[in-house]
Design a protein around this ligand. Structure first.
Ligand code: UDP
Length: 356
């Protein structure tokens, strides 16, 4: 069997790759490398446990830090693994700093690189994720896209169409694999908010908290706010407090959180994965951001991009609460199988494809 490496950067990577890893394990000698960028139990190991993913073969213990120090440390540590293991190819997913470090180290050693979740673009160059995903796509030898429009983004950037595949979105198989367990009699709204663009600028974080306060005073409905460590740090730094009615709770396990998403009357989030899950579950959802790479969900009318304007956010919430959402159907099926087949069918040609 061919030796390959599957890289895990952060929480959503474990979630999205959970079904794919099981298929890869049947067809390859598959080593899992976890960056260690997320290291608390409830941001890392709980997802391996709940989704039945075996523990990683390597943990690089990168932890947190500035962009440069995270990427640099990851490259140094991952290069050691690559030199020792010499895999036939490396798989990375997504757009986080670890994914960038994994991709750079791999490409620098001329080891073929596969990028899953390729071609998403928010067209917002200030976002760290936009820079990461663009660089990784251009380093990759194989770009695995979720939707045709993502492949079109790559073609617009001049990438070779024969290096890109459209397979559907693996999150749908993950959601379908989980037995939900959460119930609450009283209505509630659910919030996740920890993207750099929303929490690092005091003004933006203030707008979001002000909006949530007004949302509570309008509807008198409990707002559960998943408080990530970095949001907590920024709130302390800026001396911001939660308004009345906002109930901060620690990060949840996937089974619990998915159950909350299903039960919530409204989800408000800056997470790309959460908006996809709500679209699958049929839960009304707002994207609290100025731009999004999940354009498909906005165009389908199942999600609304609120921008950071309190009145517009309130209006979006009122509209979202007033209508029923049909679960989306365009994410496809058998995605993990398709990815595996594409890798098996094309990996022989990897080394012949140095042309760009
Ligand atoms: N999630 C979770 N527990 C939580 C909050 C989120 O399991 O308390 C899951 C959520 O269902 C989704 C993923 O974590 O699958 C989203 O992670 P995050 O927002 O960190 O990443 P992004 O989607 O922005 O890449």
């Amino acid at each position: 069997m061919k030796k390959i490496i599957t890289c895990i950067g952060i929480r959503p990577d474990i979630i999205r790759l959970s079904q794919i890893i099981k298929k890869l394990d049947n067809n390859f000698e598959n080593l899992i490398v976890d960056s260690g960028q997320h290291y608390d139990y409830n941001l890392n190991k709980i997802f391996y446990d709940q989704l039945g993913v075996r523990l990683p073969d390597y943990n690089l213990n990168i932890k947190s830090g500035t962009h440069a120090s995270q990427v640099a440390r990851l490259m140094i540590e991952f290069e050691k693994v690559l030199m020792k293991e010499l895999p036939e190819f490396v798989i990375v997913l997504g757009d986080n700093n670890s994914s960038l470090g994994f991709a750079l180290a791999t490409a620098k050693m001329n080891i073929p690189l596969v990028h899953i979740e390729s071609g998403m673009r928010s067209k917002n160059w200030f976002m760290p994720e936009e820079k990461n995903r663009k660089i990784i796509d251009h380093l990759a030898d194989m770009n695995i896209c979720y939707l045709p429009e993502h492949k079109n983004n790559l073609l617009r950037e001049g990438l070779n169409p024969r290096r890109s595949w459209v397979v559907g979105n693996p999150i749908i198989e993950v959601v379908q694999s989980v037995k939900l367990s959460f119930s609450q009699e009283k209505p509630f709204y659910l919030v996740t908010c920890h993207r750099a663009e929303n929490i690092e600028l005091k003004q933006n974080l203030e707008i979001i908290l002000q909006f949530l306060g007004k949302l509570y005073s309008h509807y008198n409905t409990e707002i559960k706010f998943i408080l990530m460590p970095k949001t907590k740090i920024m709130m302390e730094k800026y001396e911001l407090k939660f308004p009345e009615g906002i109930n901060p709770i620690p990060p949840q396990g996937f089974i619990e959180f998915l159950g909350m998403e299903k039960e919530a009357d409204l989800v408000l989030t800056d997470s790309g994965t959460v908006v996809e899950e709500c679209a699958i579950l049929g839960t009304p959802c707002l994207t609290i951001r100025e731009s999004t790479e999940r354009v498909d969900l906005i165009e389908l009318g199942v999600n609304t991009l609120t921008g950071l304007d309190v009145d517009q956010m309130l209006e979006s919430a009122t509209l979202a609460l007033s209508r029923d959402i049909e679960p989306v159907l365009h994410y496809g099926k058998n995605i993990a199988d398709k990815i595996c087949n594409i890798l098996i069918g094309n990996s022989l040609n990897f080394h012949k494809k140095a042309d760009r």
